[in-house]
Ligand binder design. Structure first.
Ligand code: F6P
Length: 559
């Protein structure tokens, strides 16, 4: 690892076309700065008026998804220059290196191979000379056999009862993906088995998840890449106590606990049999792990066949990302639009607004995916960056949010680029609902782009005194992602779209999108304070604020 660091610092990070020269000195970056000065004041209204084909010309299609990026503040020249920048930053070489298993996670000296999780049998992807694809398929087969047994009742609890509820205990990447996907694919799930998630170490989370359950019918999946995450292990230990107390024997653990992890030793220490462990690998980042054994709860819910359909969707997008020219490559276009707003327009946030009830947790999932990946302050060579990296990502389901924060989107002082995600068909077919939902998506994109100018309000007879309050300036960018229906395959493609978009941005910024050192400090301090809460705070420990708060907490915690 030290060697690699040295190489990164001295020569740029590995391989032809993959240097990490400072972004500011890049000719394409400077060309975009010059271009920005020319186009920054162009309005979407003017752009659409000048180019009657814009609505279909600035659109692309791939992996079953249609991307309309015409309501972004770009010209065709902007798109060309953004793609030139991506090319000049070595995007294609970095992408190929990722797909070939090179150790592009420089700071952890690891390959980045979530793409191997969906590689078809027979593909060869090597890590340290060893093809990982057969192992991926072995684990998928192990998961499928287990999921089938739980689903058809052959896997029973300690007292011989069928499993009715599966509880996934995990946090971050070991939770957000399966939870989001379980909600998205609920119409495909077996209604006889409920799947719940416990992430927060607040006892209320586990209490609420188990309150109405019979331990005899409950299966826990302890899902943790490291199997050392304090919150997850605390919840897992309490769940074990609940199970053993309810069933009257330690022997019950074998029938009610399985593990998903890369850490066999810790799984064994917890008391879960190796036969009930589903492995994944250090080359799968937590936030990229839904397609691995981390998706076990989802597989139990929707069944192995549907799970494989989702993997096929991921693969559709992987293939599109690898083969489509950059100018019509969905993840590249989305990633470069983020760069455009983040680094040139100075827009610091990006909203994810799914117009699909099933995607209610997509914003939370993408918050981790994007911000844990690209919230970085140094480049691959360890130099402080002199430009903005990952934007702040946030969001809520579209139509609900229209009645909460959209006011700011339309008339606030900050412009927020928005991704609006919708589908042509809904899984439920109550008359009129889908039409109304999609009408709202389309209306919002139109309103954000073109607004309602003073002249129009006057024409409509709005009293002059009211006009300033009612004006919507418009010119607020939106990108629309449209799919046929929220199926497992489309969901897989949608997730991979964002994964590769995040990758594209990380390459342009020259950062490591696959580490997360920033979260370590808080964990270390939490461990220390937890032990002080148990054993007493040492002389001179902490700042005066933290000391006072610990003291106040200790004095009042027993109520
Ligand atoms: O603290 C951040 C993090 O390491 C994430 O990257 C990860 O998804 C999460 O914690 C959970 O980690 P684990 O799966 O090892 O419990």
């Amino acid at each position: 690892m030290d060697d690699r660091w040295g190489t990164a610092r001295d020569e740029g990070v590995g391989g032809a076309g993959r240097g990490v020269a400072a972004l500011a000195s890049n000719a394409q970056w400077r060309a975009l700065k010059d271009h920005f000065a020319l186009v920054k004041d162009l309005t979407l209204r003017a752009l659409f008026e000048a180019d009657p084909d814009r609505g279909t010309a600035l659109a692309a299609e791939g992996a079953g998804l249609y991307l309309d990026y015409s309501k972004n503040r770009v010209t065709r020249e902007t798109v060309r220059l953004l793609c030139d920048l991506a090319r000049a930053r070595g995007l294609e070489a970095w992408r190929d290196a990722m797909f070939q298993g090179e150790r592009i996670n420089i700071t952890e000296d690891r390959s980045v191979l979530h793409v191997a999780l969906r590689a078809p049998r027979g593909t060869v992807i090597k890590v340290d000379g060893c093809d990982v694809v057969p192992e991926v398929h072995e684990v998928l087969a192990q998961m499928s056999a287990f999921a089938d047994k739980v689903r058809d009742g052959r896997w029973t609890g300690y007292s011989g009862k069928r499993i009715r509820t599966v509880i996934n205990i995990g946090i971050g990447g070991s939770y957000l993906g399966p939870e989001m996907a379980c909600q998205a694919l609920r119409p495909f799930a077996d209604p006889a088995i409920a799947v719940r998630f416990v992430a927060n170490v607040d006892s209320e989370a586990l209490r609420a998840a188990t309150a109405d359950l019979d331990p005899a019918e409950t299966l826990f999946i302890v899902c943790s890449k490291t199997f050392t995450t304090e919150e997850t292990m605390t919840n897992a230990r309490s769940a074990r106590q609940w199970c053993v107390a309810g069933l009257g024997s330690d022997a019950a653990v074998a029938a009610h606990f399985v593990a998903v992890s890369t850490n066999a030793a810790e799984v064994a220490r917890f008391g879960i049999d190796a036969a009930h462990m589903f492995v994944f690998w250090d080359w799968v980042g937590g936030r990229y792990s839904l397609g691995s054994a981390v998706g076990l709860a989802l597989m139990i819910a929707i069944g192995p066949e549907r799970f494989r359909e989702m993997l096929a969707g991921f693969r559709d997008m992987d293939e599109h990302f690898q083969s489509a020219p950059l100018e019509c490559n969905l993840p590249v276009l989305m990633g470069m639009l983020s760069v455009w707003y983040n680094n040139f327009h100075g827009m610091e946030t990006q909203a994810i607004l799914p117009y699909a009830h099933g995607l209610a947790r997509l914003p939370a999932y993408l918050e981790q995916l994007q911000m844990e990946s690209n919230g970085k302050h140094v480049d691959l060579a360890g130099r402080p960056v002199t430009y903005q990296t990952g934007p702040i990502v946030w969001g809520e389901p579209g139509v609900d949010a229209q009645h909460s924060f959209y006011q700011l989107l339309h008339q606030g002082t900050k412009a927020v680029p928005c991704d609006l995600i919708g589908f042509c068909r809904s899984s439920a077919d109550l008359p009129g609902h889908q039409d109304l939902l999609m009408a709202n998506l389309l209306a919002q994109a139109e309103a954000l782009a073109f607004g309602r100018p003073a002249a129009q309000l006057a024409e409509e007879g709005v009293p002059a005194a009211q006009i300033p309050y009612r004006v919507c300036e418009g010119n607020r960018p939106t990108t629309i992602v449209l799919g046929e229906a929220l199926t497992p395959r489309v969901l897989g493609a949608l997730i991979a779209l964002y994964e590769h978009s995040v990758f594209t941005q990380g390459v342009v910024w020259g950062i490591d999108s696959f580490d997360q050192w920033g979260v370590e400090l808080g964990k270390v301090l939490a461990r220390r304070i937890a032990s002080e809460i148990r054993g007493g705070i040492g002389e001179g420990a902490h700042d005066s604020s933290t000391r006072a708060l610990i003291g106040r907490y200790l004095a009042r915690r027993t109520g």
